[in-house]
Design a protein around this ligand. Structure first.
Ligand SMILES: Cc1cc2nc3c(=O)[nH]c(=O)nc-3n(C[C@H](O)[C@H](O)[C@H](O)COP(=O)(O)OP(=O)(O)OC[C@H]3O[C@@H](n4cnc5c(N)ncnc54)[C@H](O)[C@@H]3O)c2cc1C
Length: 389
């Protein structure tokens, strides 16, 4: 039911990452033209983060995994490029690039900030796998590497895409084998967490660990790094252990973006609490989706931060804004369904899929690594960069 002559409204989408671009696209397609959809990001380009792992081993270039956000203009989405320095959720007003902008609805999709500085020495010692710059410098260092000890490290137990560091070490292993230098390398994965992809359950976790170890990679769980010596190339862990490396790639600790932290949207968890079905915050007309949120699960750990969830939540929130403003469609809720490809090297991948809202624990299965799932991931990447941006 479209109410003709209705007052024009504005929806502000904060962030042009996974959640932000999906939300903005859905809103623009379904809202009548008199309503404005404005997307705000500090970056000029959208980066498809899952492809950073392929970039890190030389299988992508920085240009091939980014698209200019200004392309959204052609679809009728307004784009503001600038740092968001203030968010007032009571008036739904933000300050970005020096200007104040208000909306009738606000969708906060600002992701997680990366905090390598939380571990002394880490940034100087290694390559940050989770940034374009770090994955690119790692690619160069790996290309020059003729042997030695290569370490992948998770510097905190919870991080976005729990599969990524496990994929990274397996892709590195395959790359060294392809280049004929595998015999000269020792590969280690030091993890702050107790096991791979813990929220997916003990069976999935054990299966991933076994695939990693079958490749001759040494896995060291429950090793929380406390300091890194960039000169001596040595890691020191909270359990008293130390480890040396020649080449280090790391997943840094995460924290909520400072502007969100200062907005009053965050609770004691350090993230934005939301209704787990609708992603409404405690402020009228203000939603938060993706990595910036916290969704506690009955099993004791929060819903993992992952693009697949940011995507699903964006669709739900966009649909509900359209429904509230126009009466079209109906109220939707987020089901907790998600899936994730797990690259294992040699053009193969597994697929973890299930319902993360399962009670009392998520119900997730892991499909055996095959060429099929690898090509599924490649096709997903291609479609993503064409469809949304
Ligand atoms: C190496 C790697 C591999 C991954 N693989 C997978 C995978 O296979 N499957 C999967 O589901 N997920 C994967 N992920 C995780 C996935 O990319 C994230 O969970 C997803 O991007 C989260 O979406 P989001 O919209 O919440 O945040 P993001 O996509 O991070 O977007 C946040 C946006 O906000 C902008 N921003 C932040 N602060 C400000 C500010 N103050 N002012 C202006 N703009 C700001 C940023 O520039 C960014 O564009 C991977 C991540 C990495 C790093």
């Amino acid at each position: 039911m479209l109410i003709s002559g209705m007052q024009a409204k504005t929806v502000l989408v904060l962030g042009g990452g996974v959640g932000g671009i999906v939300a903005a696209n859905h809103l623009r397609r379904r809202l009548p033209r008199q309503h404005r959809v404005i997307l705000v990001d500090r970056e000029r380009a959208h980066l498809f983060q899952p492809s950073l792992l392929w970039l890190a081993v030389g299988d992508r270039t920085p240009a091939s995994i980014q698209r200019p956000l200004e392309r959204l203009l052609q679809k009728g989405i307004e784009v503001i490029t600038g740092e968001i320095t203030e968010i007032d959720p009571t008036t739904r007003t933000i300050r970005a690039g020096g200007q104040d902008v208000s909306g009738d609805a606000l969708i906060v999709a600002l992701g997680a900030d990366l905090a390598p500085d939380a571990i002394p020495g880490l940034a100087a010692a290694g390559h940050n796998l989770y940034t374009l710059e770090g994955a690119t410098t790692f690619r160069g260092a790996l290309a020059a590497c003729r042997g030695g000890r290569i370490v992948v490290l998770t510097a905190a137990p919870a991080y976005k895409c729990p599969a990524a560091p496990y994929e990274a070490i397996m892709l590195v292993e395959a790359a060294m084998r392809r280049r004929g230098t595998r015999g000269e390398c020792v590969l280690d994965l030091y993890a702050a967490e107790a096991g791979p992809m813990g929220v997916a359950g003990p069976h999935v976790s054990a299966a991933v660990r076994s695939v990693v170890e079958s490749k001759g990679i040494s896995y060291h769980p429950l090793h929380q790094v406390v300091t890194v010596d960039p000169v001596g190339r040595r890691l020191a862990f909270a359990n008293g252990a130390t480890a040396e490396f020649d080449l280090l790639a790391y997943v840094p600790p995460h924290r909520v973006p400072a502007v969100v932290g200062a907005s009053g949207l965050v609770d004691e968890s350090g993230w934005v609490p939301v209704n787990r079905e609708t992603f409404e915050t405690r402020f009228q007309g203000v939603y938060a989706i993706g990595d910036v949120t916290i969704v506690p699960l009955t099993m004791g750990k929060p819903l993992p931060k992952a693009g697949v969830f940011a995507h699903g939540q964006a669709e739900v929130v966009a649909s509900n804004v359209v429904w509230l403003w126009t009466g079209a469609g109906g109220r939707r809720t987020f089901s907790g369904e998600g899936q994730c490809f797990l690259e294992t090297g040699d053009g193969r991948a597994g697929l973890g899929a299930g319902n993360f809202y399962g009670e009392p624990t998520p119900v997730v299965t892991l499909r055996r690594p095959s060429r099929w799932w690898h090509w599924g991931k490649v096709l997903f990447e291609r479609r993503w960069l064409r469809q949304w941006i």
